[in-house]
Design a protein around this ligand. Structure first.
Ligand SMILES: *[C@@H]1O[C@H](CO)[C@@H](O)[C@H](O)[C@H]1NC(C)=O
Ligand SMILES: *[C@@H]1O[C@H](CO)[C@@H](O)[C@H](O)[C@H]1NC(C)=O
Ligand SMILES: *[C@@H]1O[C@H](CO)[C@@H](O)[C@H](O)[C@H]1NC(C)=O
Length: 455
């Protein structure tokens, strides 16, 4: 009875928190399609769904608590969990042999990561695998020419028999780098200069595997893991946590508030409060006290608390726009300005009244600024106010009536201006077209077209 009730219970939980038909959970064959969870969940490969020939691996169930040798993403955003000669794709399903995916590998490996090295396209996005004194590089499941190599010839100064490795792109680390772990030693390897720096990180050592997911860094120690900062080595509060609650689907395990997920989750269809795209191509969507990144589609979606990125911001925001490498958050009648860097830091003296900063009385509904422009468009009720950021003091230089009664959010990106109302958005080529066009353009479904939901 218990065994029977488990799959039912699981699919009930999935149906509830995904708000998607359960049949999509079975044998989904689209590796790009990612689910919505309060943890890094995703579909793996269709093969992961219990094939009869794999049934002899069932004694190797990961929910029993496995210390993985390596965890990495591949170039499609599929997560590989590797232990001895077993490999799991995605967060559920049984294992296969590692040599079914990486034909040239035999037996257990030490470490793996997905290279981020845009300056060297022949290495970028390759899965690098370490074992003993050698390194392999795979792309499209095919071994790259010249590999395997001695670790020392590819990464001079990095020791053999590693415990773990993880990529650290510039923007997260100061430059494109790889972090290597061996016992209590942590090495940061600069991919451009090949300079190796040993870190003194007492809280991050003895990692049995390491993993980067959506700019977050995790060190796994047995069945526990910690989140750490890739530059300072500081461990976040509330860790260590158990792998089985976050990185796999286990019966009666998990985390997060499912009711909350149903309301605020990616596919809930509830309106968003604000959107913005920054100069680095990061696209943010804000809803309640959570935010999502829309540009990380390949590796999945996840909503994080706003406070975790912008410390002083609690509760929902009304509007956000990006100008001159800074993010302007409007909440009620206050504006918060954050410098966009590896960390977001609140500019001194803020928050300040919106009226003082922008010459507009808050609250507002939406705001956007396009590319290199210095003109911000602020939507308030049925009107759009234009403020020139280069003027002092700032004031409304132009006002347009809008043909919308209410707008939830707006942003400007490579596709033009998007105006969000409920679970629909409209696209306009320019602020002028938004202000003057009498015809309502084709409505787009936010959930389906921007968030990868099924409907
Ligand atoms: C793949 O690995 C398994 C287990 O290590 C082994 O039994 C099998 O012979 C290997 N297959 C090939 C084609 O090497
Ligand atoms: C990937 O590899 C398969 C064979 O393993 C090949 O047919 C396919 O063309 C390759 N794709 C790319 C993009 O290289
Ligand atoms: C790391 O492992 C060493 C040797 O097993 C042990 O002495 C040390 O306490 C461990 N450190 C941490 C932070 O787990």
């Amino acid at each position: 009875m218990r065994l029977l009730s488990l799959p039912l219970c699981l699919s009930w939980v999935l149906a509830l928190c995904l708000a998607a038909p359960p049949h999509h959970k079975e044998g989904h064959s689209d590796p790009y399609h990612k689910e919505d969870h309060a943890h890094p969940d995703q579909h793996g490969h269709p093969d992961q769904h219990s094939h009869p020939e794999h049934s002899h691996h069932h004694d190797f169930v990961r929910c029993s608590g496995i210390e993985f040798d390596a965890i990495t993403l591949d170039e499609h955003g599929v997560t590989y969990f590797i232990k001895d000669d077993h490999l799991w794709k995605g967060y559920r399903g049984s294992s296969e042999f590692i040599n079914q995916t990486f034909h040239e590998l035999h037996g257990s490996i030490d470490a793996a990561f997905r290279m981020h090295h845009k300056v060297k396209p022949e290495d970028h996005d390759r899965v690098f695998i370490f074992k003993g004194d050698h390194v392999w590089s795979f792309y499209n499941h095919t071994l790259e020419d010249g590999f395997p190599k001695l670790i020392n010839s590819e990464f001079p100064g990095i020791p053999y028999e590693l415990d773990a490795a993880v990529e650290c792109p510039s923007g997260e680390c100061n430059k494109d780098a790889v972090l290597f772990f061996k016992g209590s030693h942590v090495y940061s390897y600069d991919l451009l200069t090949h300079v190796v720096k040993e870190k003194d990180w007492p809280a991050v050592m003895n990692c049995t595997s390491a993993f980067r997911w959506l700019e977050h860094y995790y060190c796994f120690q047995g069945t526990k893991f910690q989140r750490f900062h890739p530059v300072t080595g500081q461990v976040s509060e509330g860790y260590p946590k158990d792998v089985r609650d976050y990185f796999m689907k286990c019966p009666d395990r998990g985390h997060g508030d499912k009711t909350r997920e149903a309301v605020f989750g990616r596919c809930s269809g509830k309106p968003f409060d604000a959107f913005t795209a920054d100069d680095e191509g990061k696209v943010y969507a804000f809803r309640g006290d959570y935010f999502l990144r829309l540009d990380t589609k390949r590796d999945g979606y996840h909503y994080w608390s706003i406070t975790s990125n912008w410390k002083e911001l609690h509760d929902h925001i009304n509007a956000v726009f990006t100008w001159d490498h800074k993010m302007y958050f409007i909440q009620g009648d206050q504006v918060y300005i954050y410098k966009s860097d590896v960390h977001y830091t609140l500019v001194e003296g803020y928050p300040k009244p919106v009226e003082e900063e922008l010459g507009v009385k808050g609250p507002v509904d939406a705001a956007f600024l396009c590319g290199d422009s210095h003109v911000v468009h602020i939507i308030q009720g049925k009107r759009m106010l234009v403020v020139d950021m280069l003027e002092t003091p700032r004031k409304v230089v132009r006002e347009w009536p809008l043909h919308f009664d209410h707008v939830d959010a707006a942003m400007c990106g490579p596709e033009g201006i998007r105006v969000f109302i409920g679970d629909i958005y409209y696209e306009y080529g320019s602020p002028m077209l938004l202000a003057t066009s009498k015809m309502e353009p084709h409505p787009h479904k936010t959930r389906k077209e921007l968030l990868g939901c099924d409907n």
